[in-house]
Design a protein around this ligand. Structure first.
Ligand SMILES: *[C@@H]1O[C@H](CO)[C@@H](O)[C@H](O)[C@H]1NC(C)=O
Length: 299
């Protein structure tokens, strides 16, 4: 009974978060041309509406990737994506931040396509100091191909939080004090891409891409990095923008999950998470990675 009411309460919270996110959404949006370069599969990146919308296509020859012109050291990055509709098996549509380099840091949203009518899986991962293997997967509570939804990566010195339409789905705390590397030193580029990964993406690689359905096209719009710090090179300080007031607790730089967000995150985990490396006993028969077993402590 209690569990039932809690479920509804949290469902309402998710709906509210989505409404707030929609209200906060700027109309129009900036040109993606301004913020990104097509760095791979250029001919498969097509800009529309003065660059406000970009479609990335995957065909037999190539996929396509956008890379942000700026590099950022911390920030909140929002991007609207509409995934490939219909047949999408073997395709991965992504939105991620990555430092590159030998000891790279990376935070991934990867949408694993499926045969027509079957659900996408959202695959997330976090690399710090070159170590990833922190997979969490989710099914979505909406059809991600019917319309655009806002996917966000918040990265500050305290934690990394992933959001969908304002609803938190994952948090990775800074546990450097406990020996878990956390990205704080290297600037990232923001990336958006579509590529083929039929060897593992769909139903564990059993289902391959149906090339007769190509090209596979995903659409992106409304990139927002106004709450982010632009890296100016080693010597000059980063230029931070957005709603930040360096010492204010309400700033994105100091943002972490409050109680309500924490409850909502747990609601998502209970109802939509399909894989968590922190619960994979086959993979970790003896001990889970450090960040999995550290008590949650302060939210
Ligand atoms: C694709 O659909 C199947 C059947 O519903 C499901 O088991 C699988 O998790 C879905 N997603 C992917 C990416 O394989």
């Amino acid at each position: 009974m209690l569990r039932g009411s809690l479920w509804w309460l949290l469902a309402v919270a998710v709906a509210l978060a989505a409404t707030r996110a929609a209200a906060a959404m700027k109309t129009g949006g900036q040109s993606l041309h301004r913020d990104f370069d097509a760095v791979w599969g250029k001919r498969n990146a097509r800009f529309f509406d003065d660059g406000r919308v970009v479609e990335l296509a995957l065909d037999r020859e190539t996929g396509s990737r956008l890379e942000s012109k700026d590099r950022y050291l911390f920030g909140r990055f929002d991007l609207d994506i509409r995934l490939v509709a219909g047949e999408s098996a073997g395709t991965i549509t992504s939105f991620y931040i990555c430092t590159g380099g030998a000891r790279h840091d990376e935070v991934d949203f990867e949408f694993l396509g499926n045969v027509s009518g079957e659900p996408y899986i959202l695959h997330t991962n976090i690399f710090s100091d070159d170590k990833g293997e922190r997979e969490q997967q989710f099914v979505l509570w909406f059809d991600p191909t019917a319309d655009f939804h806002t996917y966000s990566i918040l990265w500050n010195p305290l934690n990394i939080i992933l959001y969908i339409d304002g609803t938190p789905i994952r948090v990775f705390k800074n546990n450097e004090a406990n020996g878990v590397p956390f990205p704080t030193r290297q600037p990232v580029h923001v990336f958006a891409s579509i590529w083929n990964a039929e060897e593992w993406a769909t139903q564990g690689g059993r289902v391959k891409t149906d090339w007769s359905e190509a090209p596979f096209v995903a659409a992106y719009r409304r990139f927002d990095a106004t709450s982010a710090c632009v890296w100016q090179g080693g010597a000059s300080p980063t230029r931070c923008g957005g709603d930040h007031l360096p010492s204010s607790a309400s700033s994105w730089m100091a943002q972490r999950l409050d109680w309500w967000s924490w409850m909502t995150l747990n609601w998502v985990r209970m109802n939509y998470m399909t894989y968590d490396y922190c619960a994979d006993r086959k993979r970790y028969p003896h001990a889970f990675p450090t960040e999995c077993i550290i008590p949650i402590g302060r939210i």
